[in-house]
Design a binder for this molecule. Structure first.
Ligand code: GLP
Length: 250
């Protein structure tokens, strides 16, 4: 038997998932104006970002002292490329809130020395005091950030090779599958596990298998998200479809 700390909130639908996540993020930002926030890309957190933008505009939620560290970036894509994660984050979130751009950190897909960049990224996170709250999505194969199945539990920020499944899943954003970069810079599982609090978001039927394995399977590097079972303050917020293959009582 193993001890599972991971908690689950089942949301009615995508909008409910996004609102529930936003209320937790907003509470953390209000408690600590200097929160170090780890952020994710993908279609899943878009509703969360929209809700946080609304809270900023209508309720004055203040991001002026918040620091951001993003999880990952495709190797080879410049920040101006419309499929880069840098472009995604500014376009969908940072351009619409009062974040200080100098406090936004996103791995550099065009770095000339990626290994050195990765070491610096880890150091910058540590110097900022570590990540206070980390937002995650989940890949259909259970990956978190770009930590594909098999990624070591103590891995740090590094260059990783994307799995065939992930390339296929992410091809929908590119003109064709051959344009999807094959590598990325990604925070490691060890980096993510050091965050004081983690929220993993999941929406839709194509995440149901991954969510069932994450919560109800043994913690294994073959399903990277399942390693979150060992984190002391991690919550999954899944909509009904993403939670539809869970068999336990929560
Ligand atoms: C990419 C990202 C992950 C994200 C995943 C799922 O692979 N690196 O951080 O969780 O996509 O994306 P989506 O939310 O679009 O399903």
């Amino acid at each position: 038997m193993w001890v599972v700390y991971l908690r689950l909130i089942v949301a009615d639908d995508y909008d409910d998932m996004s609102r529930k996540a936003a209320s937790i993020v907003a509470e953390e930002v209000r408690k600590n104006k200097k929160l170090v926030l780890g952020l994710a890309t993908g279609s899943t957190p878009l509703g969360l970002y929209r809700e946080l933008i609304r809270m900023h505009k209508e309720e004055g939620l203040d991001f002026s002292q918040v620091k951001i560290f993003n999880l990952d970036e495709y190797v080879g894509l410049a920040p101006t490329h419309d499929q880069s994660y840098n472009y995604f984050m500014f376009h969908n979130f940072f351009n619409h809130i009062n974040i200080d751009k100098k406090d936004v950190h996103i791995p550099d897909g065009k770095s000339k020395d990626p290994e050195a960049f990765c070491r610096d990224y880890e150091r910058m996170i540590d110097e900022a005091g570590g990540i206070g709250l980390q937002i995650l999505g989940i890949g259909s194969n259970g990956h978190i950030a770009f930590n594909e199945p098999g990624s070591p539990a103590d891995s740090k920020t590094r260059v990783v090779t994307l799995s065939a499944q992930t390339i296929k899943d992410n091809a929908r954003f590119f003109r064709d599958q051959n344009e999807v970069p094959k590598k990325s810079i990604s925070m490691g599982i060890g980096t993510i596990m050091k965050a004081r609090m983690i929220i993993l978001l999941a929406s839709g039927k194509n995440k149901a298998d991954a969510i069932a394995k994450t919560l109800e399977g043994p913690p294994t590097v073959n399903v990277p998200a399942s390693l979150l079972q060992k984190h002391k303050d991690a919550i999954i917020i899944a909509d009904k479809e993403a939670a539809s293959k869970l068999t336990g009582k929560y």
